[in-house]
Design a protein around this ligand. Sequence first.
Ligand code: ZN
Length: 310
Amino acid sequence: MKRLKNVFVKVFMAGIVVLLLAFSMLSPDAHPQRYRNFMYVRSEVAVIDRALCRINHPNDSPLLAQPLIHRQWLNRQVLRNPGLILSVYREMVEEEQQLRDSLLNKPRVIDPTKPMVALTFDDGPRPSTEKVYASLKKHNVVATFFVIGMYVSGRSELLKRLVEQGNEIGNHSWSHLNFREISHEEVVSQIVRTDAAIERAVGVKPRFVRPPMGLFDYNVRQAVGNRQIAMWSIDTLDWKHKNWEKTMDAIVGKVKDGDIILIHDLVDSTADNIEELIIYLKEEGYQLVTMSELVKYRNVQDKVIRFARP
Ligand code: ZN
């Protein structure tokens, strides 16, 4: 009887040891690798949840998407079409990133009581315009791009991004001819074709025309009609010297409220260094605005010319 009792105690003790071992195997702290695997599986399930949620509610914001709770249904969907789930999830990750970026870029608010200037980039869009776009976007500031019509169709996607970011597009002729040396019909054609190309690319007809080299006469006045010719007040001559220090010299210490700065996005030294100018203007307290915004808040009649009544 005593022997039987001993066996029973031994079996009982062994049972406790087995239970303790089993418990420690399940405990996440005791087995970090197993725990990590568990977390990995759990995060995968969350991914699938969110991707399926997107498939069923495509119009919801990705940041607001709620995970699904119908586990069995979810498993069936995954088995049925794992490729779709993965591709939707990849799309979502990208969209979420874009959404976060746009939330970081808070909407611009213009304070009319504070100084403002308009940066105007001529002769694009060229490959270098991408760098200018990236710098403007990074600092959440805007400018006006006076584009050449013949370059527009090749870079309409870039133009669209510029407009979406808040920049303005102006008409700078079809092929940069001297408007004073061509016929009235040719001037009209240069302006109309460029208007059409811009409208096709971004859906808006430009409000401002800037003739090549700023040269215009009665012919051009007739062709422009009741729209506005946008001149400038600071000429950096960057197209000529292609020297960034000289470009900055034209602006630093000279810039004032209401200025329109003429600069060229096709000049590499300008596109490469434009961030420095943006930082300088911001530090000096200037708001960077588009031509339309400048005309709205400042009296720039001497620089923005309207021949006919609207
Ligand atoms: Zn030009």
